[in-house]
Design a protein around this ligand. Sequence first.
Ligand SMILES: Cc1cc2nc3c(=O)[nH]c(=O)nc-3n(C[C@H](O)[C@H](O)[C@H](O)COP(=O)(O)OP(=O)(O)OC[C@H]3O[C@@H](n4cnc5c(N)ncnc54)[C@H](O)[C@@H]3O)c2cc1C
Ligand code: SF4
Length: 536
Amino acid sequence: MADPKGFISTPRETPVRRPVDLRLRDWHEVYEPFPSGRLERQAGRCMDCGIPFCHSGCPLGNLIPEWNDLVWRHDWRDAADRLHATNNFPEFTGRLCPAPCEAACVLGINSDPVTIKQVEVEIIDKAFASGWVVPLPPAALSGRTVAVIGSGPAGLAAAQQLTRAGHAVTVFERDDAAGGLLRYGIPAFKLEKRHVDRRLAQMRAEGTEFRCGVEAGVDITADELRSTCDAVVLCGGARVARDLPLPGRSLAGIHQAMEYLPLANHAVAANQADPADPAISARGRHVVIIGGGDTGADCLGTTHRQGAASVTQLEIMPRPPATRPGHQPWPTYPMIYRTSGAHEEGGERAYAVSTLEFLGDSGGRVRALRLADAAGFDPVPGTEHELPCDLVLLAMGFTGAERPGLLTDLGVEFDVRGNVGRDASYATSVPGVFAAGDMGRGQSLIVWAIAEGRSAAAAVDAYLGGAAELPKPIPPTARPLVLTNPEGTEIPVRQERLWRSAHDIERRRFARSWSPRAIGASRLAPVPRGHGDHAR
Ligand SMILES: Cc1cc2nc3c(=O)[nH]c(=O)nc-3n(C[C@H](O)[C@H](O)[C@H](O)COP(=O)(O)OP(=O)(O)OC[C@H]3O[C@@H](n4cnc5c(N)ncnc54)[C@H](O)[C@@H]3O)c2cc1C
Ligand code: SF4
């Protein structure tokens, strides 16, 4: 256990964000550095519970109490090993994860939970800065070839696991650079792209090949992929955006969030200090963002930095409560009112608002929205009003994977929700073809994408006759620990045990031997002290 009294004597502390007027002038991440001494005290708040519910909150089954204890004891290097034991990319989750682990932290029952996510990001940042993160190439090659389609977190996790297991892995990415939504969806003020580049350099050094600017199904056909590779892993994401087919939808100035954000991110990638205005820019515009979720918040922060005249974010659902409601008890992830960095920077948030129509000017550009109060999803008669605007961004979620092209040519079947169907081994209906991440699960979170990528890699390795015994943190049917039904009649929790980590086996192995190499498969290269077995 970390500090035996830490949970009593040390209050929860999180890093502060840079002043709004300063951070709006650049595209850098918004948080100030967190001094390591204070962070160690935060890690000391962990109670090392007999039943660590945080493990079940985290889809990766991160060994949270173990690395909290190591950080509190100043043993950052072993903490980095423990972290990499279950998570290929803690620098992404430590910055971007909504931290369902913290919602499940036992300390959170009657106090503030441990700052798990902050401890995670500080460990990996220190590990990179100290040179502890090195390439871990395989000791021997299997002679088997794998094509991974898509380089988002699911594709990267699957590729890294399979490369380290000895297979020759090529990642095909249609964008000009690898990273998926990490690269061109999520703005740099949430994740600076140097973190992605740094990890890609490690993967290349391990032997993973990246072919960017290559669209599978177009530049390389489905037949070519199947005939030249022993296995194909589909990790193409779920990019079909939900639309709002109302009168006036075809007016100029109305765009999907994922038309707008990639343009902004490309401009920042080209010149972070002074990006040129992209083809769709909020500069001087009165912006309305329809959709109150995280994608909408990313649009909000981007429009502020581009110099929008005003921004309003609309949400059809009522404003959530400030604290955990009774029908979403611990350890579920509660739907509460959250203020992200982008919200802190300005703009209005309006709840329970229904959009009725887009109104245009004589030039064919949107000039206003006709709105009404919403009761559920229905407009309330007599509450109609107009909201002037000249740029509308639609951020209402995604309906699934893009079917024309590769998926149609492969002939994969889809599940009832419209995602690529797979069995318990992540295998699609086409032999040798697997699917992981948003493409099989629907639009989700980075932590789930990494967990699926790791699990699918284990299934592919087994299919190829490998003996690496890669870990399988989750089955494809695993779902978040959430409860949205006020009657509380159904909890769509992960279908495994609620109270035990998917990584019990690894945890027991760690307990038996302190050496991180003890869990390494024989086909993995010997690793220098302190690097552990990052693939596990
Ligand atoms: C704007 C936005 C912000 C988000 N912010 C967060 C956040 O803060 N925290 C969080 O946890 N989650 C966030 N998410 C969700 C998260 O990014 C996704 O769940 C995650 O990236 C899914 O990973 P993936 O690997 O399955 O797919 P993706 O990241 O979508 O990657 C799929 C990749 O496949 C490529 N591809 C598709 N088809 C082909 C083809 N035929 N040939 C070659 N390449 C192809 C695409 O170009 C893309 O690069 C956000 C999502 C969006 C849209
Ligand atoms: S990956 Fe997310 S859920 Fe898991 S420990 Fe990190 S912040 Fe928590």
